[in-house]
Design a protein. Structure first.
Length: 336
């Protein structure tokens, strides 16, 4: 059995928030240090285009996300960390895979169906109104990301599981037609990583406008934490940890002993104001060293750029010869 290859992409929209940190960045960074694993991490900036982001937004988000991963300790000597658009072999493979992708398969993509549903619900005459080919073909670009590096394991959130399964379907069809060239990937969904709630108690998400950026400056961090929704129980009244956003966030950062100590304070009726102060101080202490580094990196984007280019060069050492093999298999080859 050959070694598993892990690969995951991060779409470059928005500023990383603590929900991203707990759900994807922290486990990804842990895994990047595991010498027994081969890991690829990349910034999916071409995918960001499918969301019609504006240019400033994409470029700023690329810088912020890359700087965040670097500041939080990604081991980029061991793991390969790059930007999707630096690998021209990926869009080329996307086109090749398009020729092996049934249109009907793309019709079934949840994200596309959801966009159609919005149009239907709003009574639009055209169910495809405002839907670009980039949104429609999004899963094929994602398949190319994965198949380009022979990834066998793809850690993703539950919402991306179908896309990885589609990549597998496309690879299977390709292999059936052209021989055993592509490696079949499978999704890895970790149900143990916490899904954090945001300021209003709904899932923390950029689109709900309820997120706490990982590297919010101290003052802003305090302000946001003070805004987290609580119930109206008074100081001294026992409180439930089960439906408390403050508790969930604390737990996602603290160790078991610290979490148990806070649970005890809940039972004793800690005041919400005090709990907010405790949470603020805890996160602030936890994040401050990385925040300093993050601020240095975002203040000097050339350092981040150099790191991404280094990663792209390593990635292309793999992608370039492999694409040659794929091209040869499909008959796009030198004539003599
Ligand atoms: N679509 C993924 C998301 O929105 C990001 C992504 C792009 C990705 N390419 C990928 C994830 C390849 C895993 C593998 O989260």
């Amino acid at each position: 059995m050959s070694q598993d290859i892990y690969l995951t992409g991060i779409t470059t929209t928005g500023t990383p928030h603590i929900g991203n940190y707990v759900g994807a960045i922290r486990p990804g960074i842990e895994a990047s240090k595991d010498r027994g694993k081969k890991n690829f991490y990349f910034l999916a900036d071409l995918h960001a285009l499918a969301k019609n982001e504006d240019p400033e937004n994409i470029s700023r988000s690329t810088l912020e996300i890359a700087a965040a991963w670097m500041a939080l300790g990604l081991d980029s000597e061991h793991a390969i960390f790059y930007r999707q658009s630096d690998i021209p072999e990926i869009p080329q493979l996307t086109w090749i895979l398009s020729s092996m992708t049934a249109k009907g398969l793309m019709n079934r993509a949840h994200s596309y169906k959801a966009a159609v549903q919005v149009n239907v619900d709003s009574g639009s005459k055209d169910p495809d109104k405002g839907i670009t080919m980039a949104l429609y073909s999004y899963p094929i670009l994602m398949a190319a990301d994965i198949l380009m590096f022979k990834a066998t394991k793809v850690p993703v959130g539950r919402d991306q599981k179908q896309h990885v399964e589609m990549a597998r379907d496309v690879a299977q069809r390709f292999n059936h037609h052209y021989g055993d060239v592509l490696v079949l990937p499978e999704p890895v969904i970790d149900d143990n990583t916490a899904v954090l709630s945001g300021l209003d108690g709904r899932k923390m998400s950029k689109s709900y406008n309820n997120a706490i950026p990982v590297f919010a400056p101290e003052k802003q961090l305090r302000k946001l934490i003070m805004k987290i929704k609580t119930n109206s129980l008074e100081p001294g009244e026992p409180k439930n940890t089960a439906d408390s956003t403050l508790f969930d966030i604390f737990k996602a950062f603290a160790n078991d002993a610290e979490t148990n100590a806070i649970a005890k304070r809940y039972a004793e009726g800690i005041a919400w104001g005090e709990m907010k102060q405790i949470l603020f101080e805890y996160i602030n202490d936890h994040i401050t060293p990385a925040r300093d580094k993050y601020e240095r990196l975002t203040g000097d984007p050339a350092i981040v750029e150099a790191e991404l280019r280094k990663g792209a060069a390593r990635a292309r050492e793999i992608a370039v010869p492999y694409l040659e093999e794929i091209r040869d298999a499909i008959g796009i080859r030198r004539l003599g």
